[in-house]
Design a binder for this molecule. Structure first.
Ligand SMILES: NC(=O)c1ccc[n+]([C@@H]2O[C@H](COP(=O)([O-])OP(=O)(O)OC[C@H]3O[C@@H](n4cnc5c(N)ncnc54)[C@H](O)[C@@H]3O)[C@@H](O)[C@H]2O)c1
Length: 282
């Protein structure tokens, strides 16, 4: 099967980036949000990416118009699901929300459609269990920003078929992404390795041993990482980081227990860049 039409569910940080990327690479994209206000916000963000693409020489003003015309917004899931070949969901990192959505998508999408999740750490197998097409459910874990970051983790649920993986990988190749395939397991590859580092960094600061700035300086200058763990956490979103850690904690035990400092930040609504305050202020 060849992917031509894509639906992206959720037009927040990741959904809008993925939708832009797909339209830029030539796919017809439907974007679905829960209400008109959030849809408008998501579409405005996609427009900003296109404008920025033009100013960075990635596309001509004429191409920009073509790209924007490929994106259609809706708040009606049935409308988004109709006629699609691939759905990529990027809604909140909550297994119950995602399972409900997968059940709804399963009844509304054509039988041939592949349903993918951009989850950071949740179980693809569990999402697949909410549908009657588990062989067509797959994890496509894009990184932020989706249009720049090279990697996509391809996550195989227990029943994901080889055909689904091959179709998904062909699609990702068209998006000019590099892939790694991993079996379904909490945090996949990247988050299982990176989140403990962020948690340990938060513990160091929580214990009063050093500062946020010192940790980031140490890791960037001492390890040559492009960003320190706190800068990265603010960029990802502290709510997303905490959700992933909770999932790792559930799956692998106490070594992933979230640091109280991270929990305090999330409870205070200081979620990082998206709320202009996290470990840093913006
Ligand atoms: N932020 C990151 O760096 C990052 C990176 C990779 C993967 N992810 C994953 O991507 C997903 C989305 O993360 P985000 O950071 O974009 O979150 P976000 O909060 O920025 O956006 C989520 C959007 O989904 C919408 N939504 C919720 N339920 C919906 C539904 N039923 N139908 C349509 N829209 C719905 C919300 O209104 C919101 O706009 C999560 O699973 C997250 O773990 C995030």
């Amino acid at each position: 099967m060849e992917i031509k039409k894509v639906a992206v569910i959720g037009a927040g940080t990741m959904g809008s980036g993925i939708a832009y990327l797909c339209a830029w690479k030539g796919f017809e994209v439907k974007v679905c949000e829960v209400n008109e206000g959030l849809l408008k916000k998501g579409l405005a963000r996609i427009r900003e990416y296109i404008v920025s693409g033009v100013s960075r020489g990635k596309m001509s003003p004429k191409d920009a118009e073509t790209v924007m015309n490929k994106v259609k917004g809706t708040t009606d899931l049935a409308e988004a699901a109709k006629d699609v070949d691939l759905v990529i969901e990027a809604v909140f990192e909550d297994i119950n929300i995602k399972k409900t959505l997968f059940t709804q998508l399963d009844t509304r999408c054509p039988p041939h459609a592949i349903l993918a999740s951009n989850t950071s750490a949740l179980s693809i197998t569990e999402m697949a269990s909410a549908t009657k097409r588990p062989e067509k459910i797959i994890g496509l874990h894009f990184f932020n920003p989706a249009y720049t970051m090279k990697l996509v983790e391809v996550v195989m649920g227990e029943k994901t078929s080889e055909e689904t993986r091959q179709t998904a990988e062909r699609f990702l190749k068209t998006l000019e992404k590099e892939t790694v395939v991993v079996k379904d397991s909490a945090g996949f590859i990247v988050n299982r390795i990176v989140l403990p580092m962020l948690n340990e960094a938060a513990c160091l600061v929580y214990e009063g041993k050093t500062t946020v700035e010192n940790v980031d300086k140490a890791i960037t200058l001492g390890m040559n990482f492009p960003a320190g763990p706190f800068r990265l956490a603010d960029f990802v979103g502290l709510d997303v980081a905490l959700a992933v850690l909770k999932r790792l904690n559930e799956a692998f035990g106490d070594k992933f227990k979230p640091c109280p400092l991270l929990i305090e930040k999330v409870n205070a609504g200081h979620l990082g860049l998206k709320t202009r305050k996290g470990f840093y202020e913006y």
